[in-house]
Design a protein around this ligand. Structure first.
Ligand code: PRT
Ligand code: ZN
Length: 290
């Protein structure tokens, strides 16, 4: 594919927690790329698209300024940057939260106890906003990495940091006091004018991501059952209300096909078995347009 000035440009994180999942998602929606090694701009083989691989902190601004039309980045980064962009879709990965954490057993039980204190953070804007909303004044100490060590070093009285499992806080003797922001990776779009041919591509990518996400939420289920058990089986899951029911050669037996929610599939499978279903098969769905 010949790239030109008119290529739709997508910013993604160069090397970090979101990189692999973002690249997988782009490939899953049909965009093919050559080697990413040591490259900043990577052309797409089959669409007029190019990837810009940069640090995640730079993504909101590049998208805001229209240098890239789209970006894949954590909501936490866009929110801290106060970027003027539109979040098109949450992507369901990179889930985390920005939290206030304090050394345990030091008598701090609520945010009010931190009035006038020093807070170490890589998120000064969101942190100041959060405390100010509650009428509290703090001094932010901006640190770009290993924020969790700041209280031990007596650089700060508390921190705000990204938390996922909570393991890092625990290791450093800190406990979470309050969540400032819930986050996940998002697809963001520029608010600058977008030419029609690029908008068409954006719509196509968005539709395909939607189909992928819908598919991930669902499983295809097939089972056999005596014909007189169909009603009972249909009670178990709502989506079985209008299943495909096919007669089998064996007397009074039918095959039932339907779609069920991914989250409950173990329970559903067990309940269907107890209600008389046999030969239950559950398959992942590649893509789904409803
Ligand atoms: O180099 P570049 O600037 O691009 O990357 P980065 O180092 O700034 O970011 P990176 O790759 O660490 O994270 C990218 C994005 O992943 C973040 O902006 C979040 O949106 C998301 N994310 C999800 C996380 C985490 N989970 C996470 N656990 N980002 C960081 N962490 C760190 C956190 O800072 C803390 O040090 O992991 C530690 C806490 O993890 P737990 O599991 O111990 O709680
Ligand atoms: Zn970063």
């Amino acid at each position: 594919m010949v790239q030109n000035e008119q290529s739709l440009r997508i910013a993604i994180q160069k090397g970090g927690r979101l990189s692999e999942k973002t690249l997988n998602l782009l490939e899953n929606v049909g965009l093919e790329f050559d080697s990413y090694k040591n490259r900043i701009l990577v052309p797409c083989r089959n669409y007029d698209v190019e990837l810009l691989l940069i640090r995640d902190d730079d993504i909101p601004e590049y998208v805001q300024d229209g240098i890239c039309e789209l970006g894949f980045v954590g909501h936490n980064v866009t929110a801290e940057a106060k970027a003027d962009v539109t979040a098109l879709r949450g992507l369901g990965f990179g889930k985390c939260r920005l939290s206030v954490a304090v050394p345990k057993n030091n008598g701090i039980h609520s945010l009010k106890d931190l009035d006038g204190c020093r807070i170490a953070t890589s998120y000064p804007v969101l942190t100041r906003e959060h405390f100010a909303r509650q009428g509290l004044s703090i001094k932010t100490i901006e640190i770009s990495g290993a924020v969790e060590i700041a209280p031990t070093l007596n650089v700060a009285d508390a921190i705000t940091d990204i938390v996922s499992t909570g393991g890092t806080l625990k290791t450093n003797g800190l406990i979470e006091l309050e969540t400032i922001l819930e986050s996940e990776a998002q697809l963001i779009c520029t608010n600058k004018a977008i030419p029609a041919h690029k908008q068409e591509l954006i719509d196509k990518i968005l539709m395909r991501i939607g189909a992928r996400q819908q598919a991930e939420k669902s499983r295809y289920i097939m089972m056999n059952a005596p014909a007189d058990k169909v009603d009972a089986l249909c009670q178990i899951i709502p989506s079985l209300k209008s299943p495909t029911v096919l007669p089998l050669a064996e007397n009074n037996m039918v095959a039932i096909h339907s779609v069920i929610p991914t989250g409950r599939f173990w329970e559903v499978m067990e309940e269907l078995k107890d209600a008389g279903a046999t030969g239950i098969v559950i398959l992942p769905i590649e893509n789904m347009i409803v």
